[in-house]
Design a protein around this ligand. Structure first.
Ligand SMILES: Cc1ncc(CN)c(N)n1
Length: 225
């Protein structure tokens, strides 16, 4: 009987909320190609300012790394987020006639604030293992969504949503995600149950915030005033 990995425990504990995300209309309509582009551009603008703060977690990971290989890999993840993943958003913004300045000056909605501040709080206060537990749903749930959408007949023919699916369903994104999953398992080895439970809590909180991010985008959430 193979020893179950800590990442299997994380996946199992978050399965219900991940399934809820998969069933959210933002994703079911994106998958079917019926998502209103106004909801999509709202998502892209919020996601851009989210990624500015999310990318900082990789800088914290480099700083907290215990070895050069891990430090270098986190620097690679930082670079990839800023230059590859966010280039997707910049390209879409151009297609929608949104300037780079407008994109960068997007006011984060309440849910974006909640999610980024949570991640940055864990990154500043927590151990490397906690940083990884908090960022892992961001990578892993998106990779699962992308890989699933790649297999949906017709999804890649959609003129607008094709690039988004290709980004998160790519082999490169899968490789970076798998490295993070492996690091989580390595960092969890030998930890007492009390610490494992705390890592699970970080993973679950980020997973719930992922669901709320999809819901925010679909509702095009605004501040009350
Ligand atoms: C909110 C969110 N979470 C995760 C990802 C994938 N890096 C993203 N682009 N945006």
């Amino acid at each position: 009987m193979p020893v179950s990995r800590f990442s299997d425990r994380l996946y199992h504990s978050a399965h219900e909320i991940w399934a809820k995300s998969h069933q959210h209309p933002f994703l079911t309509e994106l998958r079917e190609g019926t998502l209103d582009p106004r909801r999509f551009i709202y998502y892209l603008k919020q996601d851009y300012v989210y990624l500015i703060d999310y990318a900082k977690l990789f800088a914290f990971g480099s700083m907290k790394a215990g070895d050069m290989e891990t430090m270098v890999k986190f620097a690679e993840l930082l670079h990839s987020t800023l230059h590859v993943e966010m280039a997707l958003h910049r390209g879409y913004a151009e297609r929608f006639g949104v300037t780079r300045e407008e994109l960068e000056q997007t006011h984060p909605a309440p849910t974006t604030v909640a999610y980024t501040k949570y991640l940055l709080d864990v990154a500043q206060q927590g151990s490397l293992a906690e940083v990884v537990a908090a960022l892992l749903p961001c990578m892993w749930s998106y990779q699962e969504i992308g890989a699933t959408f790649m297999k949906i007949p017709g999804a890649l023919e959609h003129p607008l949503y094709r690039e988004w699916i290709l980004m998160y369903g790519s082999e490169e994104f899968e490789a970076l995600t798998n490295w993070c999953i492996g690091l989580m398992d390595r960092l969890a080895e030998g930890l007492p149950e009390r610490e494992l439970a705390q890592l699970e809590e970080r993973f679950l909180m980020a997973s719930k915030l992922e669901y709320l991010f999809w819901d925010m985008a679909y509702r095009q959430e605004e501040w009350p005033v």
